[in-house]
Design a protein around this ligand. Sequence first.
Ligand code: SF4
Length: 278
Amino acid sequence: MKKFKIIPIFVPHRGCPHRCAFCDQRQITGSAADMTAEKAGERIDRALAALDAERYHIEVAFYGGSFTAIDRESQDALLNAALERKKRGEVHGIRLSTRPDYIDRAILDNLKDKGVTEIELGAQSMCDDVLECNGRGHTARQTATAAALIRRYGFTLGLQMMVGLMGDTEEKSLYTARKIAELSPDFVRVYPTLVLRHTALYDAYVRGAYTPLTVARAVEVCASVLRIFNPRGIRVIRLGLLLSGSEARENFVAGPYHPRFRELAEQRAAELAAGQVE
Ligand code: SF4
């Protein structure tokens, strides 16, 4: 069986129409040079040259905010760079991440034409009050509608959720996990909320208006979240945030960060499943 290899292309977010409380837009918009189709093509070719293509299933992934919210011309130029290589059999899939309110039939028709195989949506919460409190700018219903449409088109569907957002509670996190499971994603990512500098969440934290989860609490909540996804066969491909790079580490101020977060949550989920611990 071939090994899986992702070629990541970071697309700095141009003109994100929203200001999510937890998101360091400065980092997203300011720290990376603008991505062009030419640069994307070069990056893919460089990565391909270093790989033994026979041994890998290779996918190009457009990361960095809300891909389908950027202008169509730029989307198409970037996707064409990946599609060209897909048509030549050099890459096998194209994936991207975006917001639920930037999904509709016209967008999905275009993504199908461009050879996209997988779409990941930032759902974050399925509680409208939590979404509003954190400035997400979309509703839970929009997430459900977008997820259903993505599935109907036959894309692989990924959903991201966060625990410990402003206004969130353990009950709301578990409700979110159950609602997300009902949308039958192929995989999920679960992120405990961290306080990063240059965010509205940081301001709230400094004012004393927001208290992040402790590591122990976040582990407990995420263990319960795992116990919702695991029995349904929904793969949790990421649990906890990686603070990779010095900039990310410097911007981290508070919250449930632990380098072995996933391991801790899985261990706790196993204990709960075995009925060893109350
Ligand atoms: S999380 Fe995404 S949608 Fe929200 S502000 Fe950041 S880039 Fe924009």
